[in-house]
Design a binder for this molecule. Structure first.
Ligand code: IDP
Length: 151
């Protein structure tokens, strides 16, 4: 089992679609093992988006993430990092496939509803960045036999 980090960005919070997005993960059979609302600082965003530090839009995306609180989530499942990236869709909401979260809810590159870790290495670093150990829960999910059978 893997755990990945998802952030419901201010675009999800402001538009009142947090519940719809969370519901998609639950219906897919992904287990929510951590979730909280937080206000992000410029410092934590500079670290989180350090791979984009040279881009002209670096300041803008950090500011956009501070327009309102966000919801950070730890999601658990088999291959969940990859599965959640697929559910999210590509970065630009206008290019994202219908049926994906960005494809269904976003018309923007910047305001694209969610962040999702893109590799096991980034999931590990990002979970540590946004959660302390006692905020990620290990509990049994009674649907597991139905979700995965003998996978
Ligand atoms: P990802 O979120 O799909 O993994 P990244 O390239 O890591 O994409 O970019 C992080 C975030 O920065 C994107 O989700 C989006 O909000 C924003 N972003 C990326 N490229 C652009 C751009 O060209 N203009 C404005 N914002 C951008």
């Amino acid at each position: 089992m893997e755990i990945t980090l998802v952030i419901l960005k201010p675009s999800a919070v402001q538009r009142g679609i947090m519940g719809e997005v969370i519901s998609r993960f639950e219906k897919k059979g992904i287990q929510i093992v951590g979730m909280k609302m937080v206000e992000l600082t410029d410092e934590i965003l500079s670290e989180h988006y350090s791979h984009l530090a040279e881009k002209s839009f670096f300041g803008r995306i950090k500011d956009a993430m501070r327009v309102s609180p966000v919801v950070v989530m730890a999601l658990k499942g088999l291959d969940v990092i990859n599965v959640v990236r697929k559910l999210a869709g590509v970065t630009n909401g206008r290019d994202a496939q219908p049926g994906t979260i960005r494809g269904d809810y976003s018309m923007s590159v910047q305001e694209n509803i969610i962040h999702a870790s893109d590799s096991p290495q980034s999931a590990e670093a990002e979970l540590k960045r946004f959660f302390s150990e006692n905020e990620i829960f290990n509990y049994s999910h009674h649907l597991l036999p139905y979700l995965y059978a003998n996978d």
